[in-house]
Ligand binder design. Structure first.
Ligand code: FES
Ligand SMILES: [Fe+2]
Length: 408
């Protein structure tokens, strides 16, 4: 986090902690219950949000040398991402140009070329078509037109983004904007190492999980014996830094020790967790000693299922038994807190909501981060993405137009 941001956030926390105050939205926001279970609604989300927008698909360290590759799917669309000889990345549709078989079957690996398992057409690392067995059958074909279909990809701050449909080159720096770019650079996230990773398939709509990550209101209630005692419930700062990106900061109880000091002088970082929200589905939580990347993917066909990947990164991989056991302890606590505690509530919520007794849920003024997510989705699904920011005083206001107002 940049120094000027730390000072601004410290000033706001010190003020908020004196009373029952936080960054409030201007009004409560009703959310249609069916957006959590309706298959038609989910199909629109998949088409308009997930298949056409940049999605985080890997950490850079998963692609660490020429020829290293990962395969992913974005709501079912198969992707192949490959590190090139010059160190850049290319992303392709993982669908053979002959008759459509899946070209690379492994989840990850290192290759010199990719051979389709069906009739052994081979492709170079840059996606170009290299060889066709029995090619007299294809002598009318211009091979230069039959490389793997290239997809937009970009890499920044150690994260790899791709888009599931072909289109313009991606520019993540422009998408996240200067302020978030500056914050993430200051944390040097690209220098961290991936030390743990897990994927969970859950019986929840993806937004149930997302809402949980955007919710400083539940901490003491859902986590009374784990993280609840260490954090201030219902106090946060939210800065919307672009249509799809925001910074949500929550504070530890230890911030009370410094709250009488001059905000310009304090080191805020040991006392907060900074959550960088990269809509639609990625949440980067930066803590003093590690950071986490959570990505949530809707199920390709079922509105009430999702897949969540957690990546846990340290500045340096543990080298001693003590460091290893510290990591193990933190990992277990994190998994218990989220998978058992948060998702325990979420799974039960998902089981109850589709019965139709409650037609809409309500997001309070103190739930501005959730309003940011649902406002963003509503704007995209209604075709008003450009208008969502219109009427604001500046293109990317610190507090989002009519969603997040000044605390009273
Ligand atoms: S489908 Fe790939 S070689 Fe035939
Ligand atoms: Fe939680």
């Amino acid at each position: 986090m940049q120094r000027h941001v730390q000072i601004d956030v410290a000033e706001r926390f010190f003020k908020y902690l004196k009373g029952r105050d936080t960054d409030f939205a201007q009004r409560e926001l009703p959310i249609a219950a069916k957006s959590y279970f309706d298959d038609e609604y989910a199909a629109r989300e998949r088409d308009l949000v997930f298949r056409t927008r940049p999605i985080v698909v890997a950490h850079s360290s998963e692609l660490d040398g020429p020829g290293s590759f990962v395969t992913r799917d974005i709501v079912g669309a198969p992707l192949l991402i490959v590190r090139q000889a010059d160190g850049t990345l290319k992303a392709f549709s993982n669908v053979c140009r002959h008759r459509g078989a899946k070209v690379a079957l492994e989840g990850a690996g290192c290759a010199q070329r990719f051979k389709c398992p069906y009739h052994a057409w081979t492709y170079n690392l840059d996606g170009s078509l290299k060889n066709i067995p029995f090619d007299e059958g294809f002598d009318g074909l211009d091979r230069s037109q039959y490389g793997l279909i290239e997809l937009p990809v970009d890499e920044r701050h150690g994260l790899v983004w791709a888009v599931a449909t072909p289109g313009e080159p991606l520019d993540i720096a422009a998408m996240i904007g200067d302020e978030m770019d500056g914050d993430l650079s200051a944390f040097e996230l690209d220098k961290y190492t991936l030390v743990r990773e897990a994927t969970y398939e859950e019986d929840m709509n993806w937004k149930v999980v997302a809402d949980g990550f955007l919710d400083p209101y539940h901490l003491q209630f859902v986590h009374p014996k784990t993280v609840g005692p260490f954090f201030n419930t219902n106090v946060y700062t939210l800065d919307v830094l672009g249509p799809d990106v925001a910074r949500l900061v929550v504070s530890r109880k230890s911030i009370h020790d410094i709250r009488e000091q001059d905000p310009a002088e304090v080191d805020l970082l040991p006392h907060v967790i900074c959550n960088y929200i990269l809509l639609p589905n990625t949440f980067v939580a930066v803590e003093p000693r590690h950071f986490e990347v959570w990505t949530i993917s809707p199920h390709p066909t079922d509105a009430q299922k999702c897949k969540v990947t957690l990546r846990f990164l340290l500045r340096n991989a543990p080298t001693t038994e003590r460091e290893e056991s510290y990591l193990e302890k933190n990992w277990k606590l994190l998994v218990h807190t989220v998978v058992d505690e948060d998702w325990g509530v979420g799974r039960a919520l998902q089981a109850g909501l589709p019965h139709g007794q409650v037609k809409e849920t309500i997001s309070g003024r103190n739930e501005a981060p959730i309003q940011f997510l649902h406002g963003n989705l509503a704007a995209i699904l209604s075709g008003d993405a450009a208008d969502a920011m219109a009427g604001a005083d500046e293109p990317y206001p610190r507090r989002y137009g009519n969603l997040v107002g000044e605390a009273s």
